[in-house]
Design a protein around this ligand. Structure first.
Ligand SMILES: [Zn+2]
Ligand SMILES: [Zn+2]
Length: 283
């Protein structure tokens, strides 16, 4: 199997693909929505049909990166929503099959999962972002018994959108805030701008109890948000650990990790939340 899944509530299914990136299937009384589509290797729609016995009715992409938007072609007959700011980024990412294959192979070797291998035939074509419908801050999706609200959170990318599961009091931070937020690429905000986004997220803090993400453990304690806001402040005041680091993508500027970690990427002070940033992405 190229996918695995777990129910994280009776209405939300976390599905991981070969790149170990999670997508989320949200089951409403009236319709089902898929949040993100993975790296686009293997047929997630067939998996959802055959294994979960569910249909997907709509798709929301949290952002345009290769590990989230590359499977979108499987759903091109359905409405696919994504913030307009990520349209160019999505096209840069999803049509580059070599990058997607490298990303998947690197992840598989890094997490040392004895997973089914894949062939070129499993690698889907990219879908142009022309097929996407605009996703705007505040948009609500009423699935029946579960309502999703989009929160535009520029930072990791300019179109990055978090999703609030209103009744369930869960928020999907996606790649927008986590254990190693990347502010390295051209599409990323500066730390200064990103901090403002996190302060906006803070205004939603009384509406959720659980944070879910798309990578690694996919779960974080609620302190994560405050921790990453503090990391931003430390960087801006020149008080972070400023550890020379490498970017997972090519970058013309020196890259730093804000807080020192052990070999498992855990912060030495035990707190969760970190930022990897390029020197030109501070202010
Ligand atoms: Zn991303
Ligand atoms: Zn990602």
């Amino acid at each position: 199997m190229k996918f695995t899944h777990e129910f994280i509530t009776d209405r939300i299914v976390r599905i991981r693909d070969l790149s170990y990136t999670a997508m989320y299937l949200v089951l409403g009384d009236r319709k089902n929505v898929l949040l993100d589509t993975g790296i686009g290797i293997g047929d997630s729609r067939k998996y959802i049909k055959d294994v979960l016995d569910k249909d997907v009715d709509e798709v929301i992409l949290t952002h345009g990166h290769l590990d989230h938007a590359s499977g979108a072609i499987l759903y091109q007959d359905l409405p696919i929503y994504m913030h307009e700011n990520d349209r160019d980024l999505m096209n840069e990412h999803v049509f580059n099959k070599e990058n997607r294959i490298d990303y998947t192979r690197n992840t598989l070797s890094m997490i040392k999962v004895d997973h089914e291998d894949f062939t070129e035939e499993d690698v889907l074509d990219g879908l142009s972002s022309d097929h996407t419908l605009p996703l705007k801050d505040g948009d609500e999706f009423d699935l029946g018994g579960i309502t999703l609200q989009a929160i535009h959170t520029p930072g990791h990318t300019q179109g990055m959108t978090m999703i609030l599961f209103k009744e369930d009091r869960i928020i999907l931070f996606g790649d927008g805030c986590g254990v190693g937020v990347l502010l390295v690429e051209d599409c990323c905000s500066t730390v200064e701008e990103y901090r403002k986004t996190l302060l906006k997220v803070k205004t939603y803090e009384d509406r959720y109890d659980r944070i879910i993400r798309n990578h690694g453990t996919c779960e974080s304690p609620k302190e994560l948000l405050d921790n990453v806001i503090d990391v931003c402040s430390d960087i801006l005041e020149g008080k972070d650990d400023h550890i020379p680091s490498s970017a997972p993508i090519s970058c013309d500027y020196p890259v730093f990790m804000a807080k020192e970690t052990d070999s498992n990427r855990r912060r030495l002070d035990g707190k969760e939340g970190n930022i990897i940033y390029a020197e030109n992405k501070i202010r």
